[in-house]
Every structure is written in structure tokens, then in C-alpha cells.
Design a protein around this ligand. Structure first.
Ligand SMILES: [Zn+2]
Length: 147
């Protein structure tokens, strides 16, 4: 058993502890680091799962990336892609809805594309979600080349 972040070997206990708390096999250090990120940013657990799935797919994602105004759940800087995880559509207020759209507009003006992914897609269709993001990344790469 190895840590999904650094590849360091770990024992059964650590494996169980990280799987129980985060759902990702991580060494003691990385379990602590990720828990701190969650505490500091209120990061949804689905963002952690997507982050490591993207890493595994060969993408270089950044978790809770500060864009100068706000923290983005996951950013892929090479293609200027911001990924926000939508927690619960039914819980969203109308102020939040228009704020989200304004944030997306500001990011877009700075050359960033923002996509919002419902947490349920990550929870139930992680592989398909990663596939679609890979498709978006290659589309963005093609656009960058075209300019
Ligand atoms: Zn580690």
C-alpha cells in the first residue's frame, strides 16, 4: 500500500485511517495536509477525490488555488481551467447563483474558463467525469494553439 500523493509505503492502519476519513489512501503527512486544506477552505470531499483522479490521469491539478480574489476548488493552470464543485443545487440561494455567474465572468475576462461540476457526478461517475475534463483540456489546448 502506497500513498496516492507521494508514493510512500504505509501500513494497514494508516491505509484504513485515510480511507475512512478521506476515501483516498494517503500517508500520515498527506492525510494531515489534505485535512488542513478541507478545514481552511471548506473543500468538498468530492473535490479531493476528483483531484487525485485527475492526478492519476496525468493532469497536473492544483487544489484550492488562490486566483487573487477567491480560492478555486481545482485549477489546471496550463490551460487556465478552473473547476468548481457544486455542493447542493437545492441549497443554493439566488444571491449565490448570481455571484457564481459574476465570478465566472471575471475569471473569463482573465482568460480562465470556469466549469462547475455537480458533486453527484464525481460521486457516481468519477471515471466519466475525468474523461470529460480530459476532453475539455484537449479542447482548450487546441484553442490556445489556434490563437
Ligand atoms: Zn504521502
Amino acid at each position: 500500500m502506497t500513498c496516492k500523493d507521494c508514493g510512500k509505503a504505509m501500513d494497514h492502519l494508516q491505509h484504513k485511517e485515510s480511507m475512512d476519513s478521506l476515501g483516498v489512501p494517503l500517508c500520515e503527512r498527506h492525510t494531515r495536509l489534505i485535512k488542513k486544506v478541507i478545514l481552511d477552505n471548506n473543500t468538498p470531499i468530492d473535490a479531493i477525490h476528483l483531484f487525485y483522479a485527475l492526478k492519476e490521469a496525468g493532469v497536473h491539478p492544483m487544489l484550492e488555488w488562490w486566483d487573487g480574489k477567491k480560492s478555486v476548488d481545482i485549477a489546471i493552470s496550463r490551460v487556465k481551467l478552473n473547476i468548481e464543485i457544486d455542493k447542493n443545487y437545492s441549497m443554493i440561494t439566488h444571491e449565490q447563483a448570481i455571484n457564481d455567474l459574476e465570478d465566472a465572468m471575471h475569471s473569463f475576462k482573465n482568460g480562465f474558463t470556469t466549469i462547475r461540476i455537480p458533486h453527484l457526478a464525481i460521486k457516481y461517475y468519477l471515471d466519466e467525469t475525468v474523461e470529460n475534463i480530459l476532453g475539455i483540456i484537449s479542447g482548450l489546448k487546441a484553442n490556445i494553439k489556434a490563437i
